[in-house]
Design a protein around this ligand. Structure first.
Ligand SMILES: [Zn+2]
Length: 438
């Protein structure tokens, strides 16, 4: 069973920090050059696999194993893209890690047998670097770069490929370490459960699973920050001299805005998929954007979400990352589910006010969580049960989705990671009728 550790790594000196920067930047450069060549070939209708020898070009800086690892990662990104496209999914071809002018996304992948993670009072990580960097930074011929590890990684087990990246917003180097945990140490869930997501702006993602779990990722703070930056961009744009359309400062603001969003999205996708995997979820239903555009979203709400959240990019990321977990993402119509009362099934007696959905039957709940619950009930095993042709909503309650029993788990973004909000465990919740969730 796979789990992912995330932790912060710290260079022990400015020189080490510089070395690490250089290593990650060269990795991004390899990735971008290879991606550029493959995209050109792809759009020209030619084979994407015949490329220059990037291992040879980057072996000096990255070392052979890391250069090869990046090439392999790139190959598997293209393979995922082709396999999703074949299945009729909308997925963009692999993209760049930033660019040279605006700054590349600093990231690398280290093969599982090439790094050492030692845990203890002073946990540390050792990674290989190429000979050119060793010479430049006075590392011995057999020496590796040693980094301090902050905190204690949660999972032990057989280590997988390490992902290292520089998080600009927190000015920290961070690592993702997948590990394979011995099954006997866990109650292995049978992966046949399902989940549905409602994607929005105030709640970035509301999720309900067939195991009765609900997750809510709050987006308000992120959105406010996005809005402030957008206002500042407009202000600066209004001050530009005639004939000019941008400035360095404006480009910088756009870039920062995009990076914060990408970072939060990435982290959300990982956090959510870790949880769904643990619940034994094998299929995730997501509302189809085209449907969403046409039906129930107001133009304003949609523009807000679309800009901020980059819906399509999020779905791509979700689908591509889900494949790593063996979870399938299915796009489905979500019409009407935001208005359906999960208690009595009515779509006409409900009122949505801000985040709350109330029904004349007495039900009151968080509108986005309710939407994900109705969406799940509507699509769960829809092929096999064939109930999509039925319109009697009360029957939907018998398709096997229990009313969520557990309290919804809420998450807030602290600009590094999604933290469980203390609001998840309000004491009064214990007394709340389980059929009514707030
Ligand atoms: Zn009702």
């Amino acid at each position: 069973m796979r789990r992912t550790n995330t932790f912060v790594v710290r260079p022990r000196s400015d020189q080490d920090a510089e070395l690490l920067h250089e290593l990650l930047d060269a990795s991004a450069s390899l990735w971008n050059e290879l991606t550029y060549e493959r995209r050109q070939n792809y759009f020209d209708g030619e084979s994407i696999w015949d490329t220059a020898d990037y291992r040879k070009q980057y072996v000096g800086v990255l070392g052979s194993a890391t250069a090869q690892q990046l090439i392999r990662k790139n190959k598997s990104a293209w393979n995922s893209f082709f396999s999703l496209t074949e299945k009729g999914k909308h997925c963009s071809p692999p993209g760049y890690w930033g660019n040279e002018d605006d700054g590349r996304t600093l990231r690398t992948y280290i093969r599982n047998d090439q790094y050492t993670l030692e845990l203890g009072d002073r946990s540390r990580l050792e990674i290989p670097v190429g000979k050119e960097l060793k010479d430049k930074y006075d590392l011995g011929y057999t020496e590796r770069l040693r980094l301090e590890v902050a905190g204690v990684p949660k999972w032990g087990g057989k280590q997988g490929r390490l992902e290292l990246y520089y998080d600009e917003s927190s000015n920290q180097f961070r690592a993702f370490q997948p590990v394979t945990v011995d099954d006997s140490r866990l109650d292995a869930p049978l992966a046949s459960e399902e989940a549905a997501l409602d994607i929005g702006a105030n709640s970035l993602v509301a999720c309900t699973t067939t195991t009765g779990q609900q997750y809510l990722y709050h987006g308000r703070d992120l959105f406010e920050k996005f809005r402030d930056t957008t206002r500042e961009i407009s202000r600066l744009q209004s001050k530009l001299r005639e004939g000019r359309y941008s400035s360095n400062r404006i480009r910088q603001l756009y870039r920062g805005r995009r990076r914060r969003r990408d970072h939060a999205q990435n982290a959300l996708v990982r956090d959510l998929l870790d949880r769904l995997y643990e619940e034994g979820v094998s299929t995730v239903y997501v509302g189809d954007l085209t449907d969403v555009l046409e039906t129930h979203w107001s133009i304003r709400a949609n523009a807000k979400t679309h800009n901020f959240w980059a819906f399509r990019a999020f779905i791509d990321r979700l689908a591509c990352t889900a494949e790593e977990y063996g979870i399938t993402v299915e796009l489905r119509s979500e019409a009407w589910t935001t208005r359906t009362c999960p208690n009595c099934g009515s779509t006409t007696d409900t009122i949505r006010h801000q985040d709350t959905l109330t029904c004349s039957c007495g039900f009151e709940g968080h509108a986005d969580l309710v939407a994900s619950e109705s969406f799940l009930r509507r699509h769960q095993n829809s092929e096999s049960s064939g109930w999509r042709t039925r319109h009697t909503v009360s029957r939907q309650r018998h398709t096997g989705v229990p009313r969520p029993m557990a309290r919804p788990v809420r998450f807030e973004w602290d600009s590094h990671e999604w933290l469980e909000s203390p609001r998840s465990h309000r004491p009064k919740e214990a007394r709340t009728d389980q059929s009514i969730h707030v």
